[in-house]
Design a protein around this ligand. Sequence first.
Ligand code: 5GP
Length: 112
Amino acid sequence: MTIFEKIIHREIPAKIVHETDDFIAFHDANPQAPVHVLIVPKRAIPRIGETSEADAELLGRMLLASKEIARKLSVFESGYRLVINHGPDAGESVPHLHIHLLGQRQLQWPPG
Ligand code: 5GP
């Protein structure tokens, strides 16, 4: 079971900001910006590169929810970034698909 499944099953605590039947969003334990939330499907899909056509609606719903979360956390106007890390070179550390939502500071481009 991944650490995120444990959060989904309330076996370890997290600061949850949004939840539906299919996904959950909670604050990152090691935030890289004043706002750093992870949007995580409840089904344990390992990573974005292992999704399929069957996941299209779920992925779409997670992306659509990101704008509501951005509004809720007051970064919609100031700006925010969505990040998905796939594999070692991207820095993926938890093998359970998640979208990072980062904001409330000036983010650099290109990313490190
Ligand atoms: P990745 O590097 O896989 O894209 O992102 C994994 C993220 O999960 C990291 O930003 C890390 O800080 C976060 N994380 C790892 N373990 C926990 C945890 O137990 N609770 C929470 N809230 N975040 C975690």
